[in-house]
Ligand binder design. Structure first.
Ligand code: ADP
Ligand code: ZN
Length: 745
């Protein structure tokens, strides 16, 4: 027998199957992690067996040296998935395979944890033993304890009862009263349990759960989009769907955008399903991650909860995948291979004969358009549970405040609502967007925003250069001294930080305790959980934060949400800015009034009449969708087109520039050739220019931005570009190719 092996070296030159002989007496299966001699010196390298065969294509085939883990670490389905990823994402086979296993498994950097255990030896007469141990009281106590346990007892457990009893245990083994064994243990992350009673589902919840169950039973790999307003009980639908999935003897994967930001969701799952859950995310220790993965692989867990990468979990009886808050950008991988989590999930449930659920209060434009066109099934939860109203949203025009002489962070309205809320012992959340800090340029008097002439995208202020720039086409404009629209001198770069908001709260309400949550205060492990539970316990009345506080938290006592500047994200230089702003505003607003107390939202903005602000005020997703999809169509932005980006970086400025320009010229010719006459209009844009962030740590950066119309020729065009890239990535020190770049600068 022979095996086809993918050697664990990430290099294009060795990205193919190598044949090895399976020596006599070694049983090797597809998916085994093995050592193989490789290259000229026959150095031992790790590899993965991806297929078995009876013959070899050439005579002197080397032998597999040995298997590493006793069980195959990859399922056949995962190997097929990796192969598909190689084609679709133009990545290395091995890069895709590596996503399916814990990183530390490679190079054997993590091992199973064994603990010593002891139990009573066969045929010990306890009465005799206690008599014999009269002079050794510690040994006697330990023996009594083990006898009482009546099963294996671990040394750590015994030591917890009787500190430093290991010597006594060893003596008891020597005397023949105890026998030693060693047992593998699983390192388990601590999990919060959050008790919520299993509710009687509402009619809408029942209908949704039923639809999910029948889609799973049909097993055609259907995708269902669960569109439910904030607080409509989506999580409860997931819980029910998973119950049905387990009852059918199948397994489920639940994905959340960023697990440490959603401890409450995890807590509710743990409470309902206990030990059948495994959790996979980046904040686990290597040992915990390895053991949780192994519990899944060995069939000891049937529900996996995790962030993006958990979509690759090794479940072999997959029935259901749920992607919560499906619109979140964290579902797109930021490193090679740049996969889309939803795409991987859809493929897995199709292969496994299950169903995929995408849930959100604010679905991505892409998902919603697929639901409307019938590609996905649309499930709706239009109301909050228990007849609770959506929070009342008040929009405050900050320009009026300025005219009235109020140039503080808080409008009179927000200050008043804060005072009411805090006065009645309730809690408030204040939200700002740090990413909008001092980036765009606008007029405080008339709301005018400085935009690029070619792109309809706001210009970004670059402090170091004291001028503004378009992050799409590279156009440059000086910072105007007066507003080009109203001629007043109030035009300037815009942005507020969390610290300033905190100061302003203390100034207004000196006695009030606040908590601040942003990337600066959240550096250490567990800091999210600590801060959130402090707020939950009411140790502070006001929580101030960036987009982190927008996610699915459920604080029953929060009745006021203040959005300090609603338009900061609206004017980011990205075509996705309106969509992201609407999502963010709706999500933060959704934090208010989730329990029995009704909620209020105050939304401060300089653009009260901006359609996005109006849709957010009304919490009207449908209208938002129809408006924004038309905007995208007008400008041929995705989903009507697709962006490719190639970034060139080099310490030598001319090398980066020359590399970029040569590459661009050749790429354009190649693309035009591939698109042919029929597709000559498909190439909407191909610009090579200095990158918006022109220097990063001593490297000069250039970039090519390509915009392609979405037609039936698109897939081939992207392949052409990717293949071209493989052959031309040496034009300067660092060349990166991105399909659908998550950021444009
Ligand atoms: P979503 O995920 O849609 O924002 P949740 O699932 O968190 O909503 O539900 C919102 C709140 O309503 C939670 O506190 C939840 O425990 C409660 N809830 C959910 N379903 C029901 C129900 N059928 N009856 C009563 N309360 C419910
Ligand atoms: Zn531009």
């Amino acid at each position: 027998m022979y095996a086809e092996v993918i050697v664990d070296i990430a290099h294009t030159a060795v990205d193919r199957r190598f044949t090895y002989r399976i020596p006599e007496g070694l049983s090797v299966f597809v998916g085994h992690h093995v050592f193989v001699p490789f290259g000229l010196g026959d150095h031992l390298k790790e590899g993965f067996v991806v297929a078995l065969k009876n013959t070899a294509d050439y005579p002197d085939v080397k032998d597999i040296q040995r298997i590493i883990e006793p069980y195959p670490v990859l399922l056949p389905e995962q190997i097929a998935l990796a192969e598909w990823m190689k084609e679709s994402y133009h990545c290395l086979f091995v890069d895709a395979l590596r996503l399916m296993i814990p990183a530390q498994l490679r190079g054997m950097r993590v091992k199973e944890k064994k603990v010593r255990t002891v139990k009573l030896a066969e045929g010990v007469d306890l009465a005799d033993a206690y008599e014999a141990l009269k002079k050794a009281p510690m040994q006697k106590r330990v023996l009594e304890l083990v006898a009482k346990v009546g099963a294996e007892a671990s040394l750590p457990d015994l030591n917890a009862f009787y500190p430093n009893c290991t010597a006594s245990v060893n003596a008891l083994i020597k005397r023949g009263y105890l026998v030693e064994q060693s047992e593998t243990v699983f390192r388990r992350p601590d999990k919060l349990r959050l008790h919520t009673p299993p509710y009687a589902l509402t009619e809408a919840q029942t209908a949704a759960a039923d639809a999910i169950r029948s889609a799973m039973e049909e097993g055609k790999g259907d995708v269902l989009l669960l569109h439910g307003v904030t607080g409509s009980g989506k999580t409860e639908v997931y819980l029910k769907a998973i119950e049905d999935c387990l009852r059918a003897g199948r397994q489920a994967i639940v994905l959340v955008p960023e697990i440490s930001l959603t401890p409450q969701t995890v807590g509710r799952f743990t409470d309902r399903f206990g030990d059948r859950i495994a959790v996979l995310h980046s904040r686990l220790s290597p040992g915990e991650r390895f053991d949780e993965w192994r519990r899944i692989r060995l069939g000891l867990a049937d529900i996996v909860i995790g962030a993006r990468s958990a979509v690759f979990a090794p479940v072999d009886k997959l029935g259901l995948i749920i992607i919560d808050e499906e619109h979140e950008s964290s579902y797109q991988s930021e490193s090679q291979p740049r996969y889309l989590t939803g795409e991987i999930a859809a493929r897995r449930v199709k292969t496994a004969g299950g169903a995929l659920v995408l849930g959100s209060a604010t679905p991505s434009l892409m998902s919603y358009s697929r639901a409307l066109s019938g590609k996905y099934r649309l499930l709706k939860l239009p109301d909050r549970v228990a007849g609770r109203p959506l929070p009342a949203v008040e929009v405050v025009n900050m320009r009026d405040e300025l005219l009235m002489g109020n140039n503080s962070i808080f409008s009179d309205k927000l200050a008043e609502r804060l005072s009411e809320c805090l006065g009645s012992g309730q809690q408030a959340m204040l939200f700002i967007n740090r990413r909008g800090y001092a980036t765009f340029v606008s007029c405080r008097s008339c709301g005018y925003v400085l935009k690029c002439d070619n792109c309809d995208i706001s210009m970004t202020y670059h402090k170091t250069e004291s001028r503004t720039r378009c992050h799409y086409c590279g156009a440059v404009k000086p910072l105007p001294k007066e507003c080009p629209n109203c001629k007043k001198p109030f035009i300037k770069q815009f942005g507020i930080g969390t610290e300033q908001v905190e100061e302003a709260v203390h100034k207004l309400f000196p006695a009030v305790k606040t908590l601040r949550m942003d990337t600066d205060t959240m550096q250490t492990k567990g800091s999210y959980e600590k801060l959130l539970s402090a707020f939950h316990r009411g140790e502070a009345q006001v929580l101030i934060g960036t987009q982190m506080i927008a996610k699915g938290h459920d604080f029953p006592n929060v009745t006021l949400v203040g959005v300090v500047a609603a338009d900061t994200t609206l004017n980011l230089p990205d075509y996705r800015a309106p969509e992201r702003t609407f999502q963010l505003l709706t999500q933060v607003a959704g934090r208010a009034g989730r329990d029995n107390l009704p909620g209020r939202v105050v939304l401060q903005t300089y653009e009260p009449n901006h359609p996005i602000v109006r849709f957010a005020k009304a919490q009207d997703y449908e209208s938002f969708y129809h408006y924004e999809i038309m905007e995208r169509k007008k400008l041929l932005y995705p989903p009507f087109s697709l962006f490719l980006r190639v970034v060139f970086a080099d310490r030598d400025e001319t090398a980066a520039q020359r590399g970029c320009l040569e590459y661009a010229k050749a790429l354009e010719a190649e693309l035009r050739h591939s698109l042919g006459k029929e597709g000559s209009q498909d190439l909407l844009l191909l610009v090579a220019a200095e990158a918006p962030v022109a220097r990063i740590s001593g490297f000069t950066r250039y970039q090519i931005l390509v915009k392609l119309l979405r037609t039936k020729r698109l897939k081939d065009a992207v392949s052409t570009a990717a293949t071209f890239h493989d052959a031309h990535k040496d034009v300067c020190a660092d060349v990166r190719f991105e399909i659908n770049p998550p950021e444009m600068f």
